[in-house]
Ligand binder design. Structure first.
Ligand code: NAD
Length: 296
């Protein structure tokens, strides 16, 4: 059987279309979901991410507030800005683009956001709720992964999922999501990281292998079980003189060698990447519904 290529672009478009319908439904209750995106500084990658989030809001009829501050902004002023957005009833989602300048404490800033508006799902209240299985706002990138698998017609329940990476943004919330009950989870979960001994032994046990390492083409064919579902979260720039920009994007999986071994795989680009912004739209709709006491 040929390997199934999981089309993240198409699935993300489907999720954004669903969010557009939900936004139209909410207008019947006189609610227009609104996402506030706060950017501190001029980092080009962060500016591009913020731009794509604002554009995605416009496309589905959602309101957005783009708030840009200079890199030397005082942390107290940022906290005051968050307090204002927390108190503003017309704002349903607040996202402070990370990384923040070095003089700011990301934990303190994240914890200042009202958990009900925390569409990144990074607030400790949401992290805790996810871990004990209470419905809440969960981090966009890992939340998109079960969506991709299930919407591609693949089973998750009862499978052994191995996650490589233990970051608070991807690896840890991924584990918490996979271990929950329900058809988009219910996996036996192993988490590998930089302290794991004999990594390939563990990865070869995976029915579902999720790579979130940040090392270009790290996962090779001899680390993957025949027929595994392989999800590549990595986005890495590697120099390529033949490319117009002088670089190309590759994942954490060596696609060329792993694709023939896998039963299904996500490409980079066009796999997990497009899902993140789509899930952010979904989270903002969810926040607007929860804040207004509507079913999600
Ligand atoms: P991170 O650097 O915070 O975490 C990487 C993890 O990989 C660490 O927990 C570490 O323990 C593990 N690791 C590193 N070297 C290892 C090794 N040799 N063996 C086993 N484990 C090892 O990175 P992150 O924020 O979790 O991001 C991971 C990747 O995902 C990056 O390429 C990033 O660009 C990408 N990413 C993509 C999206 C998206 O929207 N698609 C979102 C977030 C992150």
């Amino acid at each position: 059987m040929p390997t199934q290529i999981i089309d993240g672009k198409a699935i993300a478009a489907e999720i954004r279309a669903e969010a557009k319908v939900a936004v139209a439904e909410l207008s019947k209750h006189d609610i227009q979901p609104c996402l506030a995106v706060v950017l501190v500084g001029e980092d080009p990658a962060s500016k591009a991410y913020v731009g794509s989030k604002v554009k995605a809001c416009e496309e589905i009829g959602m309101k957005s507030l783009k708030i840009v501050h200079s890199v030397d902004m005082a942390e107290d002023d940022l906290l005051a800005q968050i307090d204002e957005l927390n108190a503003d009833a017309s704002v349903h989602g607040i996202l402070v683009q990370l990384p923040l300048p070095k003089h700011m404490d990301e934990e303190r800033v994240t914890e200042r956001i009202d958990p009900a508006k925390d569409v990144d799902g990074f607030h400790p209240v949401n992290v805790g709720k996810l871990s004990i299985g209470i419905d809440c706002l969960t981090p966009c990138t890992p939340t998109g992964i079960p969506e991709m698998i299930v919407r591609s017609g693949l089973e998750m329940s009862g499978k052994h999922a191995v996650v490589i990476g233990r970051s608070n943004i991807v690896g840890k919330p991924m584990m918490s999501l996979l271990v929950q009950k329900g058809h988009k989870a219910n996996c036996t979960v192993t988490c590998c990281h930089s302290g794991t001994k004999d990594l390939a032994y563990h990865t070869k046990q995976a029915d579902i292998l999720i790579a979130a390492i940040g090392v270009p083409e790290f996962v090779k064919a001899d680390m993957v079980k025949e027929g595994a579902i392989v999800i590549d979260v990595g986005i890495n720039r590697v120099e390529d003189e033949s490319a117009a920009k002088g670089y190309r994007l590759v994942g954490d999986v060596d696609y060329a060698s792993v694709e023939p071994v896998a039963s299904a795989i996500t490409p980079v680009p066009g796999g997990v990447g497009p899902m993140t912004v789509a899930m952010l739209m979904g989270n903002t709709v969810k926040a607007a519904k929860m804040i207004n006491g509507l079913p999600v």
